[in-house]
Ligand binder design. Structure first.
Ligand SMILES: [Zn+2]
Length: 153
């Protein structure tokens, strides 16, 4: 099995998630809001500028695109051109993410990462289930959690 993808699929992966106010992020905000959680967005003074911050729960939420954050999942494939450059770039992103999470944890924040694949078919988590899982974690005392989509058979 090749671990590269065509330019067409690659551009689709890259269009998926980049920057603020992406579709998956808006979905997570919606799920929080309808469950009564109040939050702030993109606090620039915190490591990694978390997408969503819930001070009352000492919690931050990152909504991560599987390509840009180099997720080990079915949506991640190294591009077929400039492969080494991409491998280095995405490893840099991964290591920056780890560092940010470490700094947030050291500062007493709880960290939730919701991966794009949790909201993307095939294998997405139904929104109600996703909302319930996020809510349960927020109300828990667990320091760290990742939510990802199902794997393909
Ligand atoms: Zn993923």
């Amino acid at each position: 099995m090749s671990d590269t993808v065509s330019p067409k699929i690659r551009s689709r992966m890259m269009a998926g998630i980049r920057g603020k106010d992406t579709k998956p992020e808006i979905l997570v905000r919606h799920l929080l809001h309808e469950r009564g959680f109040r939050y702030r967005l993109h606090r620039k003074d915190l490591p990694g500028k978390p997408d969503i911050v819930l001070p009352k729960y000492s919690a931050v939420v990152f909504v991560n695109g599987c390509f840009w954050h180099g997720h080990d999942c079915r949506f991640f494939k190294l591009p077929g051109t400039r492969t080494e450059w991409w491998a280095a770039k995405l490893e840099q992103n991964r290591s920056r993410d780890r560092k940010n999470v470490g700094q947030l944890r050291d500062a007493g924040w709880r960290v939730l990462i919701v991966w794009e694949c949790a909201m993307r078919d095939p294998g997405s988590i139904p929104p109600d289930t996703l909302g319930a899982r996020i809510s349960t974690w927020l109300k828990s005392r667990n320091g760290m959690k990742e939510i990802r989509g199902g794997e393909l058979p």
